[in-house]
Design a binder for this molecule. Structure first.
Ligand code: SF4
Ligand code: SF4
Length: 375
């Protein structure tokens, strides 16, 4: 066991291998406030990667409604119960991670879901937190809540799937931090399925191997964002590269949102994997729920998000979401537009802060008709 630095826990932690960060790390920001659970991302991923035999119940990308949606069933509740006390002292985690609480002889705390637990990916969909009383009416603030949580593999800095594999079939690529299963080495022991706290490594009963999200690496290698990001209807997603914590670049939109402003936070950081999907927390949800889900930086993140229009650079970073298939490595908050550049320094997107407004005359003289809509 090595002692590795986990910046999300603000402390060192136990991990079966030495600390080794890739040259660059694939990372995502998801704005939960904008997700409409249309499942376009889910379908885009499914039709691209998991339409084969043995993959029927497999969703590398899924969107669940919290608090009652889960895929597989109750995945987070089960693990949170096993983990015991999860206290934070300020921004330092005082509890145990999945590695530190591993039972004797195992690499990580976990559990193996029954196959039937994958059979209801939309369980709890659109269910709200409580009962709406008869006669209740809207008074400005809803007394029940729910939100949509889009989930993919986090391509963790300290993957539990990789740590648990006795065949060393799982590896993390040096060039982009993508975590992959070498299908020729995998013997289907399911240790990764058991160990991944996010339950994003899946067992294929036909091939008898484990499979997982590959971050659409053929697209990454072409400088393009993954399918789930490109197709997102709500424009809630941005994929890019997260720099090492000691080499943050404020002109990289992912670094700016995650490291500089800390307005997007990891999912269950207390698990200890340093996951690389970062979520803007939903602003309508009780804080206690968000604190256990996204850690102690939630209050500040929400405060900042509410005032995003007062921070031109942050607004510019958010405007880049969903507006180009290309990976943006540098951005600029110009006078009237947010501008994104690719690896080579070429401009790939330009988004105005305020959408231009055009009004046409009511009467269309060319067609000799009145218009129904002039805006
Ligand atoms: S989310 Fe799970 S499957 Fe993905 S890298 Fe982390 S531990 Fe592995
Ligand atoms: S496509 Fe985007 S908006 Fe639709 S469910 Fe997926 S993440 Fe949410």
């Amino acid at each position: 066991m090595g002692d590795v630095q986990n910046w999300q826990l603000n402390r060192k932690m136990k991990y079966p291998y030495e600390e080794k960060r890739p040259r660059r790390q694939v990372a995502y920001v998801f704005d939960t406030n904008k997700c409409i659970a249309c499942q376009t991302c889910t379908v885009a991923c499914k039709t691209t990667w998991t339409s084969g035999r043995g993959q029927e119940n497999m969703f590398w990308n899924n969107v669940e409604t919290k608090p009652y949606g889960f895929y597989p069933k109750a995945w987070d509740v089960k693990l949170l119960n096993k983990l015991g006390s999860q206290k934070w002292g300020g921004t330092t985690y005082k509890g145990k991670t999945v590695f530190e609480s591993a039972p004797f002889g195992e690499r990580a705390q976990g559990y193996l879901p029954e196959q039937s637990e994958y059979a209801h990916p939309n369980i709890g969909e659109d269910e709200v937190s409580g009962v709406v009383d008869k006669g209740a009416f809207f008074q400005g603030i809803h007394n029940v809540w729910m939100f949509y949580l889009a989930r993919i593999c986090n391509h963790c800095t300290y993957p539990a799937c990789l740590a648990a594999c006795p065949r060393k079939a799982i590896y993390k690529r040096e060039e982009d931090g993508v975590v992959l299963v070498d299908q020729s080495r995998c013997r289907g022991y399911k240790e990764c399925v058991k160990a991944c706290p996010y339950k994003k490594s899946f067992y294929n009963m036909v091939t008898r191997t484990s499979e997982k999200c590959i971050a659409c690496y053929p697209l990454l290698e072409k400088g393009e964002q993954p399918r789930c990001v490109q197709t997102c209807i709500g424009k809630i997603r941005l994929q890019g590269w997260l720099s090492k914590p000691q080499a943050v670049n404020p002109d990289n939109p992912i670094d700016y949102i995650v490291h500089v402003k800390q307005v997007a936070l990891p999912l269950y950081p207390q698990f200890g994997l340093e996951p690389n999907v970062y979520y803007v927390p939903p602003i309508n949800v009780p804080r206690e729920f968000l604190l256990q889900m996204f850690g102690p930086r939630v209050d500040k993140a929400i405060e900042l998000y509410r005032q995003v229009k007062a921070d031109k650079k942050l607004l510019a970073a958010f405007l880049l979401f969903g507006n180009t298939p290309k990976i943006i490595t540098r951005f600029e908050a110009a006078a009237k537009e947010a501008i994104g550049y690719n690896d080579k320094g070429d401009e790939v997107v330009r988004v105005p802060y305020t959408e231009p407004f055009f009004q046409r005359p009511l009467f269309d003289s060319k067609h000799q008709v009145y218009r129904h809509n002039t805006a």
